[in-house]
Design a protein around this ligand. Structure first.
Ligand code: SF4
Length: 372
């Protein structure tokens, strides 16, 4: 079964850290929606299978679209694919879009999972990140969503923001636990050059936190959420039992997906394909996709990278079936020193990084790649 992703590339305000493709020019909303319907019609054949398991509206800010517009995409998908087995339909939402009226209308669509961009429950930190909501708006949004019938709520949290230490992070997490969310995605702030933080850093006016703070905050998130009963099932993701993100988990398992909208990527098992991160080009040319066919080595390295970021890790038998017995052997040879150091565990035919060690996963993964 496959996944379907819609990229809604609009935001009312640009956050200081954000590196996703988006535009604050909301006048282009209608033409982009029309073009996305056309793209869905044209590209449906890209998927090797007709049965969908997940639908995901990401961005950008999908909650800038009316619930009826969201449902129109779902209806169109139902005419092109078998959607009878869709288990999860997620909408990313900004807290201040989640009014009682919006939520009541959204509850009448097929969306059954809300991903709310909380980021922090500290107003100074939210202002620093140039978020458009306050902490109180975020608290209300979670309560209102639950009252509207959404029983599967995930929240995004950012940690490692300079000037806002472990104590503020602890308060944010503790409040989110009290608000009884089912899933948390917790990301360390990364500073990309083309963001507001990146530009400040280039002028010497922004200094990222050091390694000690990163580790302290990462372990704080891990400890608080796992103590509260959440599974730490991917480097940035924590879920209550039965609430792992199906759509994102499918990405990490190499399941095919179709992406619709500017900058959206698709994958059919062999080939990656994407529309330009440029609304003007996207609107002007419906056939503007670029693609690359992944070599065996690319697919192996992607498998190792994505699997080792999850608590499940790599299934060595499946790896040998897909890439050959020789690859299993070279992987285990390269893994040996990391296993001895406790950064990798080999158990029951699986190789995995214990979640407390996820923070150094980049170094472990790089050491296990199939080099040219
Ligand atoms: S973080 Fe989300 S809301 Fe903020 S600019 Fe990026 S896509 Fe938009």
């Amino acid at each position: 079964m496959a996944g379907l992703y819609f990229h809604i590339p609009f935001c009312k305000r640009i956050c200081a850290y954000c590196d996703f493709y988006k535009s604050a020019d909301l006048r282009l909303r209608e033409p982009v929606i029309d073009a996305m319907h056309r793209e869905l019609r044209q590209e449906a054949g890209f998927l090797p299978e007709r049965c969908l398991r997940t639908i995901y509206f990401g961005g950008g800010t999908p909650s800038l679209l009316d619930p009826e517009t969201i449902q129109s995409f779902i209806d169109q998908a139902a005419g092109l694919f078998d959607c009878s087995a869709v288990e999860e339909c997620t909408l990313e939402a900004n807290p201040d879009d989640l009014t009682p009226d919006y939520l009541a209308r959204l509850a009448r669509t097929r969306v059954n999972r809300l991903s709310i961009g909380v980021q922090s429950l500290n107003d100074d930190e939210l202002r620093r990140m140039n978020r458009r909501h306050t902490a109180q708006t975020a608290r209300n949004a979670i309560r209102l969503a639950r009252n509207a019938g959404f029983g599967n709520i995930t929240v995004d949290v950012i940690f490692g923001v300079p000037g806002f230490g472990a104590e503020i992070l602890q308060r944010t997490l503790s409040e989110l636990l009290d608000l009884d969310v089912q899933h948390v995605s917790a990301y360390h702030l990364t500073v990309e050059p083309q963001t507001a933080f990146g530009r400040l850093m280039a002028r010497g006016k922004f200094t990222p936190v050091g390694e000690r703070v990163s580790e302290e905050e990462y372990l704080l998130v891990h400890r608080m959420l796992t103590d509260a009963g959440f599974e730490h099932y991917e480097i940035s993701n924590y879920a209550r039992s039965g609430y792992r993100a199906l759509h994102n988990s499918a990405y990490w398992q190499g399941v095919p997906y179709l992406g619709i909208g500017p900058a959206a990527h698709s994958f059919d098992g062999q080939q990656r394909r994407w529309a330009p991160a440029d609304i003007g080009r996207y609107l002007a040319d419906p056939d503007c996709h670029e693609s690359e066919r992944l070599s065996l080595r690319d697919r192996y390295n992607e498998t190792v990278m994505t699997a080792l970021r999850t608590a499940r890790g790599i299934d060595l038998d499946s790896l040998a079936v897909s890439f050959g017995e020789h690859r299993r052997k070279t992987l285990l040879d390269a893994a040996k020193p990391w296993i001895e150091a406790g950064d990798l565990v080999l158990r029951n035919g699986r190789l995995y990084i214990p979640p407390e060690h996820f923070l150094i996963s980049d170094a472990v993964i790089a050491a296990l790649f199939w080099e040219c």
